[in-house]
Structure formats: structure tokens, C-alpha cells
Write a protein that binds this ligand. Structure first.
Ligand SMILES: [Cu+2]
Length: 150
């Protein structure tokens, strides 16, 4: 056996051991959708994240080839007014879930390079605080949509 092959086998075994498996390996994304608003208004992206690991993981943001800026936000009603604040991360508990939904946590998508219309599918790359990433396809829905429609 050539030394290089032996090394790659060993590296493969170490990775398969799962001791340092990344956050993204344990997370499943579902009900992923985007609410598209008219003109240049930012769009909200929503998704349900399920964490199958024994440790919590933290969503720290996302990126997209279509939207120049993606930010993690939280909406809350204060004194009758809905306000958005930026958040650094959103924890998904061990064997639990986090739901990004209207009037709560969402990814704010800004500055679309090409117009996104209802029915389009947009790939977002979710980022976790350990640096791992999870690509997920989001279905674009109209401004009056309240959920993924699935
Ligand atoms: Cu927002």
C-alpha cells in the first residue's frame, strides 16, 4: 500500500469517527420558503431546523449567490409596533428544533442581483457557528403567503 493511500484511509476513518462532526452534519432543514415583496424591498426567509445531535448547534447566518446581503433578524412587537433586531446566532437545542417564521426569527435577504418571483427556488447556504455550512433550497412565495405552502 502506498503511503499516500494509507494516509487518506486513516483520515477517512478519523472523519467517520464523528468525534468532531460538524453542526451542519446533524441539522435537517425543512419548510424552507421566502416571502417576496415588491420592488427592492428585502425578502424574509423562513425555515424549520431540526438538530439530531446530542449538543446544541447555533445558526449564525446564511449566504446566497442571488442576494448580496443576508442577515439574521428577530421580529418582536414593542408598544404595538413591530421591530426587527439583528441577532448574532440562533440556538437549535440538542434533539430539538428552531423555527424561523413570520413575526419571529428570519433571514433578511437584501439586494437581489436578479428579481426573484413566486415559484422560483433560491438556494441559501446556512452557516453555523462552528463554520460548517448547509445548503438548502427555499421556495419563493408571494407577499401574502404565511407559510411554505407544503
Ligand atoms: Cu428582518
Amino acid at each position: 500500500m502506498k503511503p499516500s493511500l494509507a494516509f487518506s484511509l486513516l483520515a477517512g476513518l478519523l472523519l467517520a469517527g464523528g468525534v468532531h462532526a460538524s453542526a451542519a452534519d446533524h441539522v435537517r432543514a425543512s419548510h424552507a420558503w421566502i416571502r417576496v415583496l415588491p420592488g427592492d424591498l428585502p425578502a424574509g426567509a423562513y425555515v424549520t431546523l431540526e438538530n439530531q445531535a446530542d449538543q446544541p448547534v447555533a445558526l449564525s447566518g446564511a449566504s446566497s449567490s442571488i442576494y448580496a446581503r443576508v442577515m439574521l433578524h428577530h421580529s418582536a412587537v414593542e408598544g404595538g409596533m413591530s421591530r426587527m433586531t439583528m441577532v448574532d446566532s440562533l440556538t437549535v437545542p440538542a434533539h430539538g428544533k428552531a423555527v424561523l417564521a413570520p413575526a419571529g426569527y428570519h433571514l433578511m435577504l437584501m439586494q437581489a442581483a436578479t428579481p426573484v418571483k413566486p415559484g422560483d427556488t433560491v438556494r441559501l447556504t446556512l452557516k453555523f457557528s462552528d463554520g460548517s455550512t448547509l445548503p438548502a433550497d427555499f421556495i419563493a412565495r408571494p407577499a401574502n403567503a404565511l407559510d411554505a405552502g407544503d
